[in-house]
Write a protein that binds this ligand. Structure first.
Ligand code: AMP
Ligand code: GLY
Length: 428
């Protein structure tokens, strides 16, 4: 088989690594890919958001499947366009990717079908939104852009002034463009967060191993929100009871609701959950694999990912047994100093072999997020640069292996958190 993967981050490197383990795969392609991905897949310089460019590339390469990994092309309808051109795909069509593309849509869906989530109201008028905030007079207040905003469209306001500024930045100043022309104001929830990714063919749901992201830039959850500075799997807070509760009250009702609405969801659905004192609630849906959650979840997958892709496409997921290893996995993100704000790129990365890996370290896989390969050297090319990932029988063992490898990798102003997995270990 030939498989084209759309995207070029650490998540895509993890997906392509899982695909490369399949005996069914002869050839892997990526667009645009990155330095590390180029060791496994032939990369083509077509942007992940260039729908016509990707369709043209697929016509040239004629892959058996196109795996569309990032949110923007999914929300923009890349899967629809590829299917119209006769290609088989992994990923939801636009009418289902809207679960991530519009928070106004997803909140209304949850309300209609009784899926537990924070109470909310939606607004397009700034005066009405501010009046509502003043009337509620409850802080923190959670203010969210309707549309995609690179993970930056959620503001947790600690007081009235911050809340008012957030509303104005979205509805009046257009700081988030069209994504912020409608907003959701919702109840502030408390409790630990859990990510659960599920495979679904629109009818059957097969949950993956749970994980825990670390979103803030610095240790002890200080600093700005990032795309994710590290992950561990499984998440020890997600017990068997929680899993059963989520399956019954959240996962299956969501998939059935989408089917009923004429928007069957096929692909990987990301549930961002909060385990509140009143039960698990949905914080957000994403229409794709998480980044860097994928980096710790897919190494634990024992079933051939290609078999899953085929079962999802053929809507036969019910007849496939999806198996997981009982090990733990940890990913430590090495970022460019300054990320998620201004940072430099083009720094040479030391400690990697010609394949971009660290072979002296057993059970370690280095997923490349923002690297490029130039004249045989790996250079930094993004905010998040590498996801140094290790598996072990225990979470402590996985973390020790990942951090040992991190110490042998270097680039100027490299930054990473030193406390990935600390909270998970305390609960384990
Ligand atoms: P989101 O992009 O919707 O996942 O939001 C980003 C982060 O903001 C989440 O991971 C939570 O930590 C936090 N957050 C979002 N919504 C709420 C809420 N209703 N209550 C408390 N924290 C929230
Ligand atoms: N790690 C969070 C996300 O993928 O949205």
């Amino acid at each position: 088989m030939k498989i084209l993967t759309v995207g070029g981050g650490g998540r895509e490197h993890a997906i392509i690594t899982a695909l490369s383990r399949s005996p069914k795969v002869d050839k892997l392609y990526a667009a645009p890919g990155n330095g590390g991905i180029s060791a496994l897949a032939e990369c083509f310089p077509v942007k992940a958001t260039d729908i016509d460019g990707i369709v043209d590339l697929a016509k040239k390469l004629n892959p058996d499947y196109v795996f569309v990994a990032p949110d923007d092309p999914l929300v923009m309808g890349m899967v629809d366009k590829l299917n119209e051109a006769g290609f088989k795909t992994f990923g939801p069509k636009a009418n289902a990717a809207i679960l991530e593309g519009s928070k106004v849509f997803s909140k209304a869906l949850m309300k209609k079908y009784g899926i537990p989530t924070a109470e909310y109201e939606t607004f397009t008028d700034a005066d009405k939104a501010i009046a509502y905030i003043k009337e509620k007079n409850s802080y923190p207040a959670v203010i969210k852009c309707d549309g995609l905003a690179l993970g930056k469209g959620v503001i947790i306001a600690e007081n009235e002034e911050q809340a008012e500024n957030a509303v104005k930045s979205m509805l009046l100043d257009g700081k988030f463009g069209k994504s912020g022309s409608e907003i959701v104001i919702e109840e502030y929830l408390t409790g630990p967060e859990v990510t659960v990714l599920v495979f679904t063919d629109g009818k059957t749901v097969k949950p993956m191993i749970s994980s825990m992201d670390h979103k803030r830039a610095y240790d002890d959850d200080k600093g700005l929100n990032t795309g994710g500075m590290g992950t561990v799997a499984p998440n020890p807070l997600y017990t068997h009871e929680k899993q059963a509760e989520c399956m019954e009250k959240i996962f299956l009702p969501t998939i059935r609701a989408m089917e009923k609405e004429g928007r069957p969801f096929k692909g990987c659905l990301y549930f961002g959950l909060m385990l509140t004192p009143k039960g698990a609630k949905v914080i957000e849906y994403n229409c794709r694999f998480g980044d860097p959650e994928t980096q710790v979840v897919l190494p634990l997958l024992e079933t051939d990912l290609v078999d899953i892709i085929e079962a999802v496409w053929e809507e036969k997921l019910d007849s496939l047994d999806v198996k997981w290893s009982g090990d733990s996995c940890a990913c430590v993100v090495m970022a460019s100093g300054g990320y998620p704000e201004k940072y430099d790129t083009g720094k040479e990365i030391g400690g990697l072999d010609e394949k971009g890996q660290c072979p002296a370290h057993k059970d370690v896989c280095v997923y490349h997020a923002g690297t490029k390969l130039e004249n045989g050297k790996y250079l930094t090319s993004g905010g998040r640069v590498l996801g140094v990932t290790a598996t072990d029988e225990t979470l402590q063992g996985a973390l020790d292996k990942a951090y040992a490898a991190v110490k042998d990798i270097s680039f100027e102003k490299a930054h990473y958190r030193t406390d990935i997995g600390k909270r998970a270990l305390a609960k384990a």
